[in-house]
Design a protein around this ligand. Structure first.
Ligand code: DC
Length: 496
C-alpha cells in the first residue's frame, strides 16, 4: 500500500486492545501533516468514541470569514460571525463532514486559500474561547478522540490520554502534497513546504494556546511509519496510558501506618469530618510510594486535611522554615517528618532531601503555588514543582482544595469543604521536551499544565456547588494579603 493510500484509508484491521472507558477523552495534538486526522479517526472507530477534528472547525470559520469579505485580522467581526453560526461535524466516509449553518463545506475548507488564512483566524483569543466552549460541550455528550493543537494543553488538561504526533518537515510536506493531489488540487511542493513552515511558526508562536507538547503526552515521531503502523502504535500508547491510570485491585506491600501517624491522621480525620469534608475519589492515590502530592494552597488547614484524607504511610510535607519556629506547630511537623524549606530563592538542601525521599519510595507534599493564594484563583505555579518532577521523575497528583478558609462545624454554607484528586501526572514527554527546551522552560510548561488542571478541577467543583457570595468576597479579601505576602517572600517580580 502506498503512503497515499495509507493516509487516505480508514482504520485498517483493529488492533487487539484493552478497554477504553466510554466517556474517555483522547487528545491528539501535533503540527500540520503529522497524520493526526487519519490516526484520530481510526482510534475513534477502534475505541467506539466520537471523532472531532477541531482544525476543521477553525477552517470552517475561516471559509465563512473569507466568504463574508472579512480580513483574517478582524477579530471582533470574525468572533461574532462564529457566535451566530451553527457549526456541525458529522461522521463521513473518509474525513468528517463539516456543516456551516446547514451547508456542507467539507470540500471548501480544504482549499489553499483557507489554508493560507486559517492560522491567522485561529490565533484570535475571542475565537478560541468560543471554539473551546463548543469542543468541551461535544465531550459532555460522548467520549471523544479530539485532534488539534491545544487539546491536551488547554481544552482538556485532564484528558484520559494525550498523544503528540510529530514528523519531520520533509515527511509532512510529502503527505500534504499527496493529500492535495488526491483532492484534485494542483500544488507546488515548495509552496506547500513554505506554507507548512509558516503555519508551524504561527501556531507555535501565538499568544493564545500555542501548539505545544503537553508534558504528560506520549510523543510519537511518525516520519518513518506507514499509517497502519502509526495507528497501531498510537492505539497501544493510549491503551498503556489507560492501564497506568487504572488503580490496581490491591497495592503490593504497602508499609503499615506507624503509630504516631495513625494518631495524627485520626485526629485530623475527625476534625475533617467535624468540618464537613467531602472528599472526592481518592482512588487516584492508589499508587505505590514515591508520589508528589501537589495541592492548591488556601490556608494552613490544607496540609493536615489533605494528609488525613490520603492516610499515606510516608508523606513528607515541604513546609516553610518559619513554621518550625512555633513550638506547637514544630511538634506536629516533626511528628510527620516534614521538611523545612526556605521559600525565597532556590533551597537546594530541601530539594535534595525531597528527591531522596521520592527515590526511596516516600511521598512528598509540596504546594506548587509556593504560598497561600486567594481562593477561586488557582496559580501561578512556581518552578519548584517542575524542577522536582524533572529531577525525581516521580508522578505528581494535582489536588484541588476548597473551603479551608471558611471552616464551620458541621460544614460551611459559606464555602463547602472539598478535596478533589486528579489522576497522577507523569512526564511522558520529557525526552522530547529536553531535546527542545532547557530545564526552566520545561518547568514553566509543567506549571502551566498544573494551572490548567487546577482550573478544570475548580470548574467541576463550581458546576456541582456554585461559588458562593461569601467565597467571592473572601477572594477579594485574600487577594490583598496575598499580594503583600508574595511581594515580601518572592519580591515584587512576577513569579517564575
Ligand atoms: O489541523 P488543521 O491543519 O486542519 O488545522 C487548521 C488550522 O487550525 C491550523 O493552522 C491551526 C488551527 N488549529 C488550532 O489553532 N487549534 C486547534 N485545536 C486546531 C487547529
Amino acid at each position: 500500500m502506498s503512503d497515499l493510500d495509507a493516509f487516505s484509508n480508514q482504520a485498517g484491521a483493529p488492533a487487539q486492545l484493552g478497554e477504553v472507558p466510554p466517556d474517555a477523552v483522547i487528545a491528539i495534538d501535533g503540527p500540520a501533516g503529522s497524520g493526526k486526522s487519519s490516526t484520530a479517526r481510526a482510534l475513534a472507530k477502534q475505541f467506539g468514541l466520537l471523532y472531532v477534528d477541531t482544525g476543521a472547525m477553525y477552517r470552517a470559520l475561516t471559509w465563512a470569514a473569507l466568504g463574508a469579505g472579512l480580513e483574517p485580522g478582524e477579530e471582533a467581526r470574525i468572533a461574532s460571525l462564529l457566535a451566530g453560526a451553527r457549526l456541525e461535524l458529522r461522521p463521513g466516509e473518509d474525513e468528517a463532514r463539516v456543516f456551516w449553518d446547514g451547508r456542507d463545506v467539507s470540500a471548501a475548507i480544504r482549499t489553499p486559500a483557507v489554508e493560507a488564512a486559517v492560522s491567522h483566524v485561529s490565533a484570535h483569543a475571542e475565537v478560541r474561547r468560543e471554539m473551546v466552549e463548543r469542543q468541551r460541550a461535544l465531550a459532555r455528550r460522548a467520549g471523544v478522540v479530539m485532534e488539534g493543537r491545544d487539546i491536551g494543553s488547554a481544552v482538556f488538561p485532564l484528558a484520559t490520554a494525550k498523544l503528540y504526533l510529530d514528523a519531520t518537515v520533509e515527511a509532512r510536506v510529502e503527505r500534504r502534497v499527496r493529500q492535495h493531489r488526491l483532492r484534485g488540487h494542483a500544488v507546488d511542493p515548495a509552496a506547500v513546504a513554505a506554507d507548512l513552515a509558516e503555519r508551524d511558526r504561527l501556531d507555535s508562536a501565538r499568544r493564545q494556546s500555542p501548539l505545544t507538547i503537553s508534558p504528560d503526552a506520549a510523543v510519537l515521531e511518525t516520519s518513518a511509519w506507514q499509517l497502519p503502523e502509526q495507528i497501531e502504535r498510537a492505539a497501544a500508547a493510549v491503551a498503556a496510558i489507560v492501564a497506568q491510570q487504572t488503580p490496581p485491585p490491591a497495592l503490593p506491600d504497602q508499609p503499615r501506618l506507624c503509630a504516631r501517624r495513625r494518631v495524627v491522621y485520626a485526629v485530623f480525620g475527625v476534625l475533617a469530618r467535624f468540618y464537613g469534608l467531602r472528599e472526592q475519589d481518592r482512588r487516584q492515590l492508589d499508587l505505590p510510594g514515591g508520589v508528589i502530592v501537589a495541592p492548591m494552597h488556601l490556608s494552613y488547614w490544607d496540609a493536615p486535611l489533605v494528609g488525613a484524607t490520603l492516610r499515606r504511610p510516608a508523606l513528607h510535607t515541604l513546609a516553610k522554615a518559619e513554621l518550625f519556629r512555633l513550638p506547637p506547630m514544630r511538634a506536629v511537623l516533626r511528628t510527620l517528618d516534614a521538611v523545612p524549606i526556605r521559600r525565597s530563592g532556590f533551597d537546594a538542601g530541601a530539594f535534595h532531601v525531597a528527591c531522596e525521599h521520592l527515590a526511596a519510595g516516600r511521598d512528598i507534599l509540596i504546594f506548587p503555588e509556593g504560598t497561600r493564594r486567594p481562593p477561586g484563583r488557582p496559580g501561578p505555579v512556581r518552578s519548584g514543582l517542575g524542577l522536582l518532577m524533572q529531577r525525581s521523575l516521580a508522578p505528581a497528583v494535582p489536588v484541588f482544595v476548597r473551603g479551608t478558609r471558611g471552616l464551620q462545624p458541621g460544614g460551611s454554607s459559606d464555602s463547602p469543604l472539598e478535596v478533589r484528586f486528579a489522576p497522577a501526572v507523569r512526564l511522558r514527554a520529557l525526552p522530547a521536551l529536553r531535546a527542545r527546551h532547557d530545564e526552566r522552560q520545561i518547568s514553566a510548561r509543567i506549571g502551566a499544565l498544573f494551572e490548567a488542571i487546577y482550573g478544570e478541577l475548580q470548574a467541576r467543583s463550581f458546576a456541582q456547588n456554585p461559588q458562593t457570595a461569601w467565597e467571592i468576597a473572601d477572594r477579594e479579601r485574600a487577594a490583598v494579603s496575598c499580594a503583600r505576602r508574595e511581594a515580601r517572600v518572592f519580591g515584587s517580580r512576577a513569579p517564575a
